[in-house]
Design a protein around this ligand. Structure first.
Ligand code: CA
Length: 228
């Protein structure tokens, strides 16, 4: 059985080779290209299971590639791991805002990257949800169809926006979402939500959720996540 297809977009040949070598050894089926333009083309053509995308590329940057792929409904579902320069918080935030699903800072240990790849492929799989209509996280239960939330067995009355934010955060436990991503997730409804007001909404959400509200964590300088 062939392993998952992983597209690598990296202009530094030695890094691309290191990635290909390690991914192949783990049973994946990697392909490497060395420019953003090629990355876009091959991604649209082959629809890989995952994309490892370098941020610093000549001409078309990794951020721009990420934005374009996430803006296109046919490729938006391809999970993206962004490779960023070490400790550049701005890069990491920009990557998340462009729609990246995770990031690894250079220089990286192959072991760390492989763990992220594995986690992302697992989390990205739609089959992991038992019931499409129900989500559960620790003491929180969310009924999507009925629009009901239970905290520790008690029903919680939430506004539509609060419900959507909770649903969004719970869709990927442990995942960090920026305020802008949260705004985007509730976008299209009749509720005007700005980045600032996300903080207000989350504060209200936490308060209403009582003890379960503690699972909604603030990630300083980035946004919010559900659980650790
Ligand atoms: Ca590069």
């Amino acid at each position: 059985m062939a392993g998952e297809n992983i597209l690598i977009v990296e202009d530094e040949e030695d890094i691309a080779e290191l990635l290909e070598y390690n991914l192949t050894r783990q049973g994946y089926d990697p392909e490497a290209v060395d420019s953003g333009e090629e990355g876009l083309r091959v991604c649209r053509e082959t629809m890989p299971d995952l994309l490892i995308l370098d941020l610093m590329l000549p001409k078309l940057s990794g951020l721009e590639v990420c934005r374009q792929l996430k803006a296109d409904p046919t490729t938006a579902g391809v999970p993206i791991i962004m490779l960023t320069a070490k400790g550049e918080e701005e890069d990491i935030i920009a990557g998340f805002e462009a729609g990246a699903d995770d990031y690894v800072t250079k220089p990286f240990r192959p072991k760390v990257l492989l763990a992220r790849v594995k986690a992302l492929l697992r989390r990205g799989s739609p089959s992991r949800k038992k019931h499409d209509d129900e989500m559960e996280f620790e003491s929180i239960r969310i009924h999507l169809g009925r629009h009901e939330v239970f905290s520790d067995g008690h029903k919680v009355e939430l506004t539509h926006t609060e419900f959507r934010i909770l649903q969004f955060l719970a869709s990927r436990p442990g995942w960090v979402f920026t305020r802008r991503q949260i705004v985007k997730s509730v976008h299209g409804e009749d509720y005007p939500v700005t980045s600032r007001s996300v903080d207000v909404q989350v504060a209200a959400l936490r308060r209403k959720m009582g003890i379960s509200g503690e699972h909604i964590k603030t990630v300083r300088g980035v946004g919010y996540k559900m659980g650790d």
